[in-house]
Design a protein around this ligand. Structure first.
Ligand SMILES: COc1cccc(COC(=O)c2cn[nH]c2)c1
Length: 241
């Protein structure tokens, strides 16, 4: 998989050479290419923004640099262009798995009040476009979101995670439950003991305890992930007639 990043802050993506994503690059599973959008603005000050039509506060990113960058990158039907933006579709594990099937992703990292809408419209004429939000909050730019999406996607690439088994068990996987609590040595620590069941050696009991903990934790923190039948707050189960 080839990942490209279009940004006015290319240094933001220096971490891609470290830790998780970096290892994938070493394995040849993924290649990263970072591009400074200002390189595609040719006025004296390499301007990438201007005042918004219709007035209002802030600045809007000009379309020309983006169009020239798409041309330089060869954005085409085999490319998925991801615009990270608060007004995008919510990012989740399912979307991460979907993006992990792509051959090439170009992350378009917006700043200011956003990117001229014609850039998104034009991109949709030449490639697959996904507008993706990390969550309901506003960052100063799309770079942090692009890094988060990158990590969630790259770790799913076949042959990347050393222990594929851990991918199956983790949160928001098929079960749709939050992860159960985990423990390691020492057995006692500052007055806190590891739950005895985890040291019992009884794999059946351990599995049951972990499932119960995952359901309890999900009911407490993310009832939206549970089906009514799994809520134990007495929610009446109204069956479709
Ligand atoms: C492209 O248009 C804009 C406009 C405003 C801010 C940003 C930066 O992205 C976010 O704030 C964000 C991404 N996911 N959740 C929040 C982009």
């Amino acid at each position: 998989m080839r990942l490209d990043y279009l940004t006015i802050f290319p240094d933001f993506f220096a971490p891609l050479d470290l830790s998780l994503p970096g290892k994938a690059a070493d394995k040849g599973l993924v290649e990263f290419h970072v591009h400074d959008l200002r390189g595609h603005s040719h006025d004296k000050h390499h301007r990438v923004d201007d005042t918004p039509y219709g007035g209002g506060a802030g600045m809007v990113m000009k379309p020309e640099p983006w169009g020239e960058a798409f041309d330089a990158l060869g954005v085409d039907a085999g490319t998925t262009v991801v615009f990270t933006t608060p007004s995008g579709e919510p990012f989740d594990q399912r979307l991460a798995a979907d993006l992990a099937t792509r051959g090439r992703i170009v992350f378009a990292c917006g700043r200011y009040e956003g990117i001229d809408q014609r850039v998104i419209d034009h991109a949709g004429e030449r490639a697959e476009v996904r507008e993706i939000s990390l969550g309901d909050y506003v960052l100063n730019g799309g770079e942090v979101a692009a890094l988060a999406i990158t990590e969630a996607v790259v770790r799913l690439l076949p042959g990347f995670m050393g222990n594929a088994a851990s991918l199956v068990e983790e949160s928001h996987a098929e079960g749709g439950l939050l992860e159960y609590p985990v423990y390691t040595k020492p057995p006692q620590w500052r007055g806190h003991d590891v739950p005895a069941v985890l040291r019992s050696g009884d794999h059946g009991k351990v599995a049951a305890w972990r499932h119960e903990q995952a359901v309890r934790r999900t009911a407490e923190r993310r009832p939206d992930l549970l089906h009514p039948s799994q809520l134990d707050d007495g929610t009446p189960i109204v069956r479709a007639t």
